[in-house]
Structures are given as structure tokens and as C-alpha cells.
Design a binder for this molecule. Structure first.
Ligand code: PGA
Length: 250
């Protein structure tokens, strides 16, 4: 039985003080987290260290939203996996559609980052998903396949077993439009079958595949009860303690 994994992606919201206040409240309510559920919050780089001081002994795990694929060096403005680890961070979102769209991240770059994260024992949450135009042209599966194969290129089944995939249709991110549970389930099933081809059945059946894109307390239960949807990557609705718990308890 796969666990449910609910991850909050704060994006570029909350300064250090706001982060600390928010996380204190999250931890106070952590008894609401069901047994079979992992909760992760992916905060801005600037809040990682202080948030970890509060989360350390809690049930909630810490993640970042990006990293570079070198250990160190003359890469002004970048953050390395070793730096992330030194803050106590255990997860990292890679290849989010906003990174792909605004910062030119390609499947090849995402692949380098995924490999490096695994090498350094950080769990990558690799994001993939089609645009509205791609969905309307009927090429969703092709796009998703290209992103999965590209992002996981050269990884062994053992390495693939260490990642989380987040399926996030670009047209559903921050738009209030959610994929229907059936639309999401179809793509999740397609991804799981694909993972089985590029690794093996065991890796595929244990793989956590999250849905992301306007998930909120009102639609979470139906999405999360689909057989191949193992959790959510939540943007907008994770910025308020109550709506985040609304999803976690769904
Ligand atoms: P959203 O964002 O929940 O605000 O649609 C999801 C994401 O970008 O991961």
C-alpha cells in the first residue's frame, strides 16, 4: 500500500518571520496528520534554516523548490544540494512548470538536477505536465512521456525508486481549473505504466505520483481517492494553515 504524500509549494511567498509564524501553527496542529500520510513543506531558500529549527522534531518534513546540479563552484546566485542538506532539507522540487517557463529549464537540465539530488540523498519531486494547447491537440501523453523519459534518462531502477513524480497540468496551476479526477487518473496510470517500462513493475507500483494544479480542500478527496493518485503538490491552498490541513485530512 502506497502512502499519501502531501507537499506544499510556497513558491515566492513568505519572508523569514512569516515562515516561522506559519510553521509554528502547522506544528501545533500536526496531530491532524493521518498515519498513512507524509507532509512536506517546500519553502523559499531564505526560510529553510529557520523553518528546520521548528520542524526538526515534528512530523512535517522540509523541502526546497529548486537547486543547481553542481556541489559547489563559481555559479553566482545558485544553491547546491550540499547547501540544501546543511539546512536540514530532505526534499527538492525539480522542473516545476514555472522553472521551465520562466527560467528556461529543459528536460536535460531537470535530468542533471534529478541525478545530483539522488546522489546527495535528497528526494526529488520531479514535476511534469502539459499545457492547455498540448491537451487540446490530444498530445498530453506524448508530452508527459517525453518529460518522464528526459528527466529520468540514465537512471537505474534503484534510482527511480527514490523519486516522487508530480503530474501538474500547466493549465491547472494557479488557475482555479482542476483536472477532473478521471482526467488526472488517466495520466497517472499512463505515467505508472511508463515507469514500469523504463524500470520495472515493482518500482512502478511503489512510485509516489502526486497531482498538482488548483488542489484545494473541496476537490482533494475525490482526486486523492483515485487509484493512481498518491498525494498532492499544493500551491495556493498551502499558504493558509486551515486549507492546507483541509487537504491533508481529506
Ligand atoms: P496551485 O499550484 O495549487 O496554486 O495550482 C500548484 C503548483 O504549482 O505546484
Amino acid at each position: 500500500m502506497r502512502k499519501k504524500v502531501i507537499a506544499g509549494n510556497w513558491k515566492m511567498y513568505k519572508d523569514v518571520n512569516e515562515s516561522i509564524e506559519f510553521v509554528k501553527e502547522l506544528v501545533l496542529k500536526q496531530n491532524n496528520i493521518p498515519d498513512n500520510t507524509d507532509v512536506i513543506i517546500c519553502v523559499p531558500f531564505t526560510s529553510l534554516f529557520s523553518v528546520n529549527q521548528i520542524l526538526k522534531d515534528s512530523k512535517i518534513k522540509l523541502g526546497a523548490q529548486n537547486m543547481y546540479y553542481e556541489d559547489q563552484g563559481a555559479y553566482t546566485g545558485e544553491i547546491s544540494p550540499l547547501m540544501l542538506k546543511s539546512t536540514g532539507c530532505k526534499y527538492v522540487i525539480l522542473g516545476h512548470s514555472e522553472r521551465r517557463t520562466y527560467f528556461g529549464e529543459t528536460d536535460d537540465i531537470v535530468n542533471k538536477k534529478v541525478k545530483k539530488a539522488i546522489e546527495k540523498d535528497l528526494t526529488p519531486i520531479m514535476c511534469i505536465g502539459e499545457t492547455l494547447q498540448e491537451r487540446e491537440s490530444g498530445i498530453t501523453n506524448q508530452i508527459v512521456e517525453k518529460q518522464v523519459r528526459g528527466g529520468l534518462n540514465g537512471l537505474s531502477p534503484e534510482e527511480i525508486s527514490k523519486i516522487i513524480i508530480a503530474y501538474e497540468p500547466v493549465w491547472a496551476i494557479g488557475t482555479g481549473k482542476t483536472a477532473t479526477p478521471a482526467q488526472a487518473q488517466d495520466v497517472h496510470k499512463f505515467i505508472r505504466d511508463l515507469i514500469s517500462k523504463i524500470s520495472n513493475d515493482k518500482v512502478a507500483s511503489n512510485l509516489i505520483i502526486q497531482y498538482g494544479g488548483s488542489m484545494k480542500p473541496e476537490n482533494a478527496k475525490e482526486l486523492l481517492s483515485q487509484p493512481d493518485i498518491d498525494g498532492g503538490l499544493i500551491g495556493g491552498a498551502c499558504l493558509k494553515v486551515d486549507s492546507f490541513y483541509g487537504i491533508i485530512t481529506a
